[in-house]
Write a protein that binds this ligand. Structure first.
Ligand SMILES: Nc1nc2c(ncn2[C@@H]2O[C@H](COP(=O)(O)OP(=O)(O)OP(=O)(O)O)[C@@H](O)[C@H]2O)c(=O)[nH]1
Ligand SMILES: [Mg+2]
Length: 363
């Protein structure tokens, strides 16, 4: 069962159900498929909503979802599987076993700092004469305590529109994640607008457009090369004036040479705040688990520059480097709000520390 954590508006009349006529923005609406035509003028952001798909979308979460342990199988086998094997082979807890565990931790992309701190904890138990099985229990508890510290779920509060800025380097899965989030929020009955803030690639705008049609979300977009801050300002006003519950802003992950990505994103934040000083209400950093230690450096750069409120770790399926999630939770006091475990719309899941650790240790 899919659990929703979106808080709905106090007044039920204000909450627009997907497909209700009144959910249409009061600005000009074009059918998304007809909207392939060029925007009339580059200075005016265009709002589109696919009216045909704005109705109920039964199929999104209808499929039975694979167990998380299956999805994160590679990390489970390469990381926890190896540790279990090492523990099983050992007759007692000694320096050899602990050294072997340390090696596995480092190779599993937890990072040197996190691996060391786990090893230190294990040494305390070695000194107390713990058995290998007890050591494994201690290890599991240690992972859980690292991962669950300061966790929360992504919540849409009472303020409207709830503005979510989505950032991250190119290819981490920002646009796909926005599409999945839009689907989930539309399913929960929220009125959603997308802003195509990645104006650096034509394909990026088209990609978001497709997600808007699929989910029945409105989209604000401009021609390639347009100023992202200007587009975001426009989207902020349109989301406010159109009574939207959520505005999801896509951003570029790479800019043309000489333009500093962080400076551009900071400018976007400044401009957003001109329309609503309390925004963005969430700044979500999307990190790709397959990049391993690079994800840690990215987290450092983005959190220094921007008010990052949550992390989304994508591509945990198909990588053995999922241990990086533990390293990042240990180093940054920022919760992981969602995880991506596949390319499908149903493959974005709420992150639960307990479920994640249990899935890693599942037989
Ligand atoms: N296997 C898997 N693939 C994913 C996941 N999330 C995203 N992807 C894929 O990753 C690729 C890049 O995703 P995008 O959403 O385009 O990434 P982006 O961050 O928007 O990239 P730029 O626009 O270039 O900055 C796509 O092929 C997605 O389908 C995931 O959780 N698992
Ligand atoms: Mg993108």
């Amino acid at each position: 069962m899919m659990a929703f954590f979106w808080k709905r508006k106090e007044s039920s009349t204000e909450l627009q159900k997907p497909g209700s006529e009144s959910s249409a923005p009061d600005t000009e609406i074009t059918n998304a498929s007809a909207g392939e035509a060029q925007p009339s003028e580059p200075t005016t952001a265009e709002i589109q909503q696919d009216q045909e798909t704005a109705g109920a979308r039964p199929g999104f979460f209808g499929r039975i979802r694979a167990a998380l342990s299956e999805r994160i199988q590679k990390t489970k086998n390469h990381f926890i599987g190896q540790i279990k094997a090492a523990v099983k082979a050992a007759s007692k807890v000694d320096d050899n076993l602990i050294e072997r565990i340390e090696e596995i931790l480092i190779r599993a992309d937890l990072g040197a700092e996190t691996s060391m701190s786990i090893v230190e904890r294990m040494k305390e138990f070695e000194a107390r004469g713990a058995t290998p099985d007890e050591l494994l229990e201690v290890f599991k508890k240690e992972l859980l305590s690292i991962v669950e510290r300061g966790q929360r779920t992504l919540t849409i509060g009472a303020h409207r529109p709830h503005v979510i800025l989505v950032v991250g380097v190119n290819g981490t899965g920002k646009t796909t994640t926005i599409g999945k989030l839009a689907a989930e929020m539309r399913e929960a009955g929220l009125k959603v607008m997308l802003a195509a803030g990645d104006t650096f690639r034509a394909a990026a705008i088209e990609q978001l457009d497709i997600w808007a049609s699929r989910t029945g979300a409105a989209i604000v977009k401009r021609d390639m090369g347009a100023d992202p801050s200007g587009l975001c300002y426009d989207a902020m006003e349109k989301a406010r004036d159109g009574g939207y519950d959520v505005l999801l802003i896509d951003t570029a992950g790479r800019l043309h040479t000489k333009t500093n990505l962080m400076e551009e994103l900071k400018k976007v934040v400044r401009v957003i705040r001109k329309v609503d000083p309390t925004a963005p209400h969430d700044t979500l950093l999307v990190l790709d688990a397959t990049t391993g230690q690079n994800a840690i450096s990215q987290a450092r750069v983005f959190t220094e520059a921007l008010p990052v409120t949550g992390l989304i770790m994508t591509k945990l399926d198909g990588t053995a480097k999922g241990g990086v999630l533990i390293g990042i939770r240990n180093l940054f006091d920022i919760p992981v709000l969602k995880i991506g475990v596949g390319e499908g719309v149903e493959d974005l899941r709420d992150f639960s520390a307990q479920e994640f650790v249990d899935a890693l240790f599942a037989e």
